[in-house]
Design a protein around this ligand. Structure first.
Ligand code: PFF
Length: 460
């Protein structure tokens, strides 16, 4: 990662710096914690197919648009939309800042769970997998771990990431990839694993509904850190001559690849432990993995399990840094608040807003049974509600608005011009033509219609 967090508007030292920072933002809890339970709730292979289609066909063009917008305007999420006399479009940026802040509020709580589980695994307490409900219901522990996590995030965003975290991520991210690859290989050798692989990879197309498409769309945006200005903010630090097409492809492939491997590992473990069909929701990895680590052996299982959750926490950290950067760069640029002060204030407010997510797991009934959706069997808790609202609704909505803004307000030819500074062939290539077509027609149509239909049926 490069010096994106420093107070002067510096630039990435090179394209690799940008790709690593953006991939660090993309790869996180979304790939390893959220993706498996969304697939499980969404009916398996059909969800995976929709997710992949959204990533490659819609998220790729939106990601290009966000990065180009950031690079062109050199601004934060709100400033980028308001640039060049388009002041009345600034609310899209405000929506982005709001989405990022809401997501960070619950993401930080889950990151705290990962940290807590690292401790439990190192202590050899594998049975915590069967007591996930009690673990998250213990708000003292959760308060301690998520405070620690937010503190580290604030500290990094305030100090700049060019030093320690950049070096650390070069070692720790490949280590995480190596570890999940090894665990995936191990998981595939377990009895019953193939049933899991079939559930994961063979689509049952009767599972495709607006509701699952909405979930898959939200997951694609969440996992790729799209629709909330993170990549606009990061894009504002990309060099003019950099090849954006290859950078975008690398970020996308890294992110989708890690989610895919994590899914393969998880469904092999779920089916080999006979845990399929139990829902699991946000607790899925936390219930399934301790048993898997235990099966590796008492000592090795502790070490591998402990490191797994440490590395997962680290992956979450490179994402929380980018989540906090969006509201912070907005406050710094638009209100002229000193960066250090802005980071602490914004971080603290978001932390406070995360407390109901922490208390909604059995501690306080009001937050535990927070809303009852139209036609749903049971109420969802505060965290699930914020997740539905911010990641499944606001992010695709943000993506929709980015596409409309790029194609019709900023205009397709200006977007093309910007990309062509580093890719002279872009406009004439098939990919260039498709990207512009998708921004003009496909993304507005698909993102808009799925979001509207689902919102109307779910929330009203
Ligand atoms: N992409 C991150 C993940 O998959 O864990 C989450 C995230 C980070 C979402 C940054 C949005 C964002 F802007």
């Amino acid at each position: 990662m490069a010096n994106i967090q420093e107070s002067s508007r510096g630039g990435f030292s090179n394209k690799l710096g940008f790709v690593l920072a953006a991939a660090g933002s993309a790869v996180g809890l979304g790939n390893i914690w959220k993706f498996p339970f969304e697939v499980s709730d969404g009916g398996g292979g059909a969800f995976v197919v929709m997710y992949l289609a959204f990533c490659f066909m819609l998220c790729f063009p939106v990601m290009m648009a966000e990065i180009a917008l950031g690079r062109k305007t050199n601004k934060n999420a709100v400033g980028a939309f308001a640039e060049n006399g388009h002041k009345k479009w600034a609310p899209i940026g405000i929506l982005a800042v709001l989405s990022g802040s809401l997501i960070l509020s619950f993401y930080n709580v889950v990151a705290g769970w990962a940290l807590g589980y690292a401790w439990e695994m190192f202590s050899g307490n594998f049975s915590v997998g069967q007591h996930f409900g009690e673990f998250v219901g213990n708000w003292h522990i959760n308060m301690a771990t998520s405070t620690a996590f937010m503190f580290v995030t604030i500290f990094i965003v305030a100090k700049g990431v060019s030093g320690g975290i950049e070096k650390a991520s070069k070692i720790l991210m490949p280590s995480l990839l190596f570890l999940i690859l090894a665990l995936m290989t191990y998981s595939l050798t377990q009895e019953g694993a193939m049933e899991g692989v079939k559930f994961y990879l063979i689509p049952d197309f009767s599972e495709i509904t607006f509701e699952t498409a909405y979930g898959a769309m939200g997951q694609a945006f969440f996992s790729l850190s799209l629709g909330m200005g993170a990549l606009i903010t990061y894009g504002s630090y990309v060099g003019k001559k950099d090849n954006m097409v290859s950078a975008t492809s690398m970020i996308l492939l890294a992110d989708v690849g890690i989610a895919f491997i994590a899914g393969l590992m998880m469904f092999s473990f779920i089916f080999s432990q006979g845990l399929q069909g139990q829902g699991g929701g946000a607790g899925l990895i936390f219930t399934v993995l301790p048993g898997a680590f235990e099966s590796i052996g008492p000592v090795l299982g502790r070490i591998i399990g402990g490191f797994f959750f440490v590395l997962l926490s680290f992956a979450a950290l490179t994402s929380t840094v980018s989540l906090l950067e969006v509201p912070v760069s907005y406050v710094v640029d638009e209100f002229e608040v000193r960066r250090n002060r802005a980071v602490w204030i914004v971080g603290f407010v978001i932390f406070l807003f995360g407390i109901p997510s922490m208390l909604g797991n059995g501690t306080v009934d009001f937050f535990t049974n927070f809303v009852h959706y139209h036609g749903a069997e049971k109420a969802v808790n505060f965290m699930d509600f914020i997740e539905d609202l911010a990641s499944d609704t606001f992010l695709p909505l943000g993506g929709f608005l980015v596409a409309v803004y790029t194609a019709y307000v900023w205009r397709g030819d200006k977007f093309k011009e910007e990309v062509e500074k580093g890719n002279p062939e872009f406009g004439n290539s098939l990919m260039g033509k498709y990207t512009i077509f998708a921004l003009k027609f496909l993304a507005p149509l698909i993102l808009g219609s799925i979001t509207i239909v689902t919102i109307l049926s779910k929330f009203f």
